[in-house]
Ligand binder design. Structure first.
Ligand code: PLP
Length: 393
């Protein structure tokens, strides 16, 4: 079999050689614990401080506003739980209905602890309702609003400028968190201009190692730590710091920001090619979310609704044919639950199990897209004979 085609970059991107080299070099260079006073400790501290400064410069923020975490999940948990704890009772938060489970999970935990949770609806394209946001802001004293910058399953980007304006207009402006895990390096993100209070990033989505994340926390925004027992990361993330991970994060973020425009342009072109080839060969397949050339479509992410076929069965068939994709988000794809994102945009339960996500990375070229459509066509052709049909589709 020829080389496997990888179209699952939203789950995890291929490790970038430049980031790998920086990571390995840092692993060798870290002589000690950054909290130690001796020379090896000071060397580690220097590497950590330098990484933080470089990330701050790339994101246009101050280095004291960055907290290193173990990934997007922890950044999201720290943003939500850290904002409402220790006293969630009687407080209110609103999150969009299509948030990643690492936002919905802590939001529901806060609800169980006595907070009032509002799920902001989205339209059929996955765009969060500005009207519902305005209403929630008018009717409640919200402590926090959390909206993802780009949805991992659908590839719909939030209207961040408009959301920012709606929040600014609120009589009591709540704290605003954005999950920017899928957005960084593909869509412009000016945290200061948007007046974002908290933003989550994950390094393995940018070609870095798994297990490294960053939370941006605007100066003055107080958070309750999730863990206790050390003063690292301004007391917000105790535990010996992952210095080499931070160095890799700096390289990955610098590259992502520097190349964002050209990378997005390339992904946009390949997405157009992918969709026009799919539409020509597989006319029954529907593209979910925004039109492929919409300015708010996350470059390189397409969710295809393939009629009469269970998404997970299709993923396995495509895998056998040499194409790696996912049904819904990677975190949920081990579960039998329908996608909450597809349900939120109005898909039936059956349809919500049938979405196939193709997400393109920087290694993908035109020929790969072409081969992918060939595989889809062959597999879906065979599947229409042998389909695991879902009732109602
Ligand atoms: N947020 C979004 C939008 C994601 O797509 C993901 C990963 O799939 C996460 C958060 C979680 O990031 P991590 O895998 O680094 O915990």
């Amino acid at each position: 079999m020829s080389e496997r085609l990888y179209f699952d970059s939203n789950a995890t991107a291929k490790l970038r050689p430049e980031v790998f080299d920086a990571y390995v070099e840092a692993l060798r260079a870290v002589g000690g614990n950054p909290s130690s006073l001796h020379e090896p400790g000071r060397r580690a501290r220097h590497l950590l401080d330098d990484a933080r400064e470089r990330i701050a410069a790339a994101l246009g923020v101050h280095e004291d506003e960055l907290v290193f975490t173990s990934g997007g999940t922890e950044s999201n948990n720290l943003a939500l739980l850290g904002s409402l704890r220790p006293s969630p009772q009687g407080r209110a938060l609103a999150v969009s209905a299509i948030e990643h489970s690492s936002v919905l999970g802590p939001a529901r935990a806060l609800e169980r602890e006595g907070a009032k949770l509002t799920l902001l609806p989205v339209d059929e394209t996955g765009t969060v309702s500005l009207e519902a946001t305005r209403t929630a802001l008018r009717d409640q004293h919200l402590s926090l609003v959390s909206t993802m910058a780009a949805n991992n399953e659908l590839g719909t980007c939030a209207p961040l400028e408009e959301l920012s304006a709606v929040l600014e207009d609120a009589p009591l402006r709540p704290r605003w968190h954005i999950d920017a895990v899928q957005a960084l390096g593909r869509v412009p993100l000016d945290l200061r201009r948007l007046r974002v209070d908290l933003a989550s990033f994950s390094i393995h989505k940018l070609g870095g190692p798994v297990g490294v994340g960053v939370l941006y926390r605007r100066a003055g925004v107080r958070l309750e730590p999730l863990l206790w027992g050390g003063e690292q990361e301004q007391g917000l993330r105790p535990g010996t710091e992952n210095v080499a991970g931070a160095v890799a994060a700096a390289r990955a973020i610098e590259l992502a920001v520097a190349e964002a425009q050209s990378h997005a342009a390339k992904l946009r072109r390949l997405s157009l090619q992918l969709w026009s080839e799919v539409a020509a060969k597989l006319p029954r397949v529907r593209l979910l979310g925004l039109p492929v050339d919409h300015p708010r479509r996350l470059p390189g992410t397409l969710n295809l609704l393939c009629p009469k076929i269970d998404g997970k069965v299709l993923v396995m068939r495509l895998d056998l044919a040499g194409l790696a994709v996912s049904a819904g988000s990677a975190c949920a794809s081990g579960s039998l639950e329908p996608s909450h994102v597809l349900q939120a945009i109005g898909c039936s339960e059956e349809e919500s199990r049938a979405g196939l996500r193709l997400s393109l990375g920087r290694e993908v070229g035109e020929e790969d897209v072409h081969k992918t459509v060939e595989i889809l066509w062959r597999t879906l052709g065979a599947a229409s004979v042998n389909a695991v049909e879902i009732k109602g589709l």
